[in-house]
Ligand binder design. Sequence first.
Ligand SMILES: *Cc1c(COP(=O)(O)O)cnc(C)c1O
Length: 421
Amino acid sequence: MTDRRRDIPGTDTVLADPRLAKAIDLLGKPLVKKSVLAAQTKARSGEIEPEHVIDEAITGLPWGATSLQPVINATGVLVHTNLGRAPLSQTARDALVLAAGTTDVEFDLRTGQRAKRGRGALQALHEAVPNAGGVHVVNNNAAALLLTAMVLAPGKEIVISRGELVEIGDGFRIPELLASTGARLREVGTTNRTSPRDYQDAVTEQTGFVLKVHPSNFKIAGFTADVPVSSLAGLGIPLVVDIGSGLLRPHPLLPDEPDATSVLRAGANLVTASGDKLMGGPQAGLLLGDVDLVEKLRRHPAARALRVDKLTLAALEATLHGPPPPVVSALDTEVDLGRAQAIQRRLPGSQIVQSTAVIGGGGAPGVELPSLAISLPEHLSVKLRQHRVVGRVERGRCLLDLRTVPPEDDEKLIAAVLACM
Ligand SMILES: *Cc1c(COP(=O)(O)O)cnc(C)c1O
């Protein structure tokens, strides 16, 4: 018996194959070599024949140089934290790619001089919220709060209701974030009830600012009272409101979700929000409010450590100027029955069922969005994940909720399900 292991082609021979040589141009040598070594190992163990090493190395090549994999979100959760929150619109993706090269992000091509960084994105934000005197963008909403505390409350107190001491997720808590700047929290009211009087009594010359945090990921019901922004506006102390979701204007389906325009109109001096929740844009922290205050934030030394890159600025501007991003489309559009039927007909044994989609991402708890789902046997959920489709298991069935699947992904969804059957 001959030892077939001697027929396994050497690494350089395999890498010289034109298809793998091309892959080196696209992915770089280390990743391609890794796939070749894995194929050789399989041949050595007898799992594949030596003449199949090249094919196996090609099959084993990664998607790209990132290990992140594109996923179809069929969970019915519009802003899914574990799936990267808001997916960007095609317009924003195109802007990202453009900005990835050399750009005029801080340069005026007309004068040849330095220009204000991200002026296009800031202008777009200004146009979206005209009653904000100043606008600034940082890494995320947590960074926006951090910067605010560093500017307005060094060595001072932040007055906040006990009903608004929120844990955001993954163990991170807003009160601890604020305290990490050295500011002291002056808690007022109780978990369920806080009155205007509680705030008035707490404000002293030690107060840096009053903070209202939207309890975006939980709901307290029953004997409750909280203080509207308008009642806190006259205290003579900066009033900062963390609205969370990044709604810039009121939305008819989300009556309990505060929006930047209304909150500023009610008298807030500064609003902070995320860019990648209901706004449907890139991860970013939006700061909107009094022009002098925003300028102070922008000039603080720490602002440099929290600034966003050119990719974020490009995607943010394109999200604000372009067509509705996927999160907004999913919020505004009910699933068409004809679309669900067209999918169901192609998937033997599947059914269409009524479903309920939710906002998610720690936003608008209790809001239910009617939806339609493709119902499949529960055991398919595991295989579907291997095909990068994430559904939801409910009452012993695997549901693919169509409200969070952009219609242009329907063919990909069908192909993935058929491959699992
Ligand atoms: C999500 C959220 C945050 C955290 O925002 P990031 O952009 O993830 O830093 C802070 N406050 C509220 C009310 C939120 O909903």
